[in-house]
Design a protein around this ligand. Sequence first.
Ligand SMILES: [Zn+2]
Ligand SMILES: [Zn+2]
Length: 398
Amino acid sequence: MADPITVEQVQALVREHHFDTIAVRRHLHAHPELSFQEHLTGRYIADRLRAMGLAVRTGIAGTGVIGVLQGRGAGRTVCLRADIDALPIQEKNALPHASRNPGVMHACGHDAHTAMVLAAGRVLHELRGKWNGTVLLLFQPGEEKIPGGASLVLKEGALSDPAPDAILGQHVTPELEVGKVGFHAGPFMASSDELYLTVKGKGGHAAQPEKLIDPIQIAARLLIVLKDECKAWAGSRPLVLGFGRVLADGATNVVPDEVQIAGTLRTFDEELRAEAHEWLVRKADALCRSHGGSCAVEVRKGYPVLVNDEPLTERMRAAAAEFLGADQVVEMPQRMGSEDFAFYSQVMPASFHRLGTGNPQKGPAPGLHTPAFDLPDESLAIGTGVLVWGALKEMRGA
Ligand SMILES: [Zn+2]
Ligand SMILES: [Zn+2]
């Protein structure tokens, strides 16, 4: 085997391509596309990969792309995953690279994720005579929309030949200072399911309550009972049951026949998640029946729990500390947010970390999914370097 690759070597290559990485991210930022409609984005990525001389697979889960990198000889397979979709948000930034597509914006940093995986691929390709194994660069569509591009990538078997020994992903966060990366082994991000409840009664003239089974009264009781009792039911197991939409479309003197309620259920435990679905259906039905009405509950399953493989995540944490210095690596708390990378984590060793994009000198940075979101260019070099160094470490099997 040739000389081992050093941190300094990787840093130098990342720096060499830094301005190009910035330009790629800005191009993607200016041309955002919504989930599962990333046609031009996919073509742009495929063109960049082909220009590097990589084998390219297109049409992954619709608009996704996989670039295949071969090292010197046979070895482990590591997948670097980026999500490529944008959000239905009108950008408010007055920047030269602001979105040119009205009502669509890269407000979740997926432009940066894509630019960093492209850059990491480029560096690893340049070093290919010095490592063994295969790197898959996965550019996945539709992270922001159920059923999640990740579930489709797996369903169509796009990660089965070769199957990754490890998959790595990262997500920008303004809550961490630029320069820092955050890890959490084990369950990291929540499962998230959409809830649709229809409380049925018997509507009519509000002046004749004796003739009615008032679904509004029942729904009001139901909301309070569910919120109160789910906490007690779940005990110390973290669970969020939240309702953001209640629709009773009557009038001052008209009681409607039904009330529609929509909400979300989040957990860090697949067993608790399944039990909670049953509990909710049972509880809602029993309460509404006891008041003479009924309740139909629809649970639309979203993303599962994102479980970071513990040994892999500890190796990634160590890789980041080697690359950036131990003081730049922090422990992240669990998040009730969800992320479709979770699907990979259910079927293969997976590790997902957070990349700091905040700048405390500039004050609180606009959050993800807001029209003023932006990120500092410097974070791109840090995220690229951590991906490269982590992948190299995995391919050494160390
Ligand atoms: Zn998002
Ligand atoms: Zn995101």
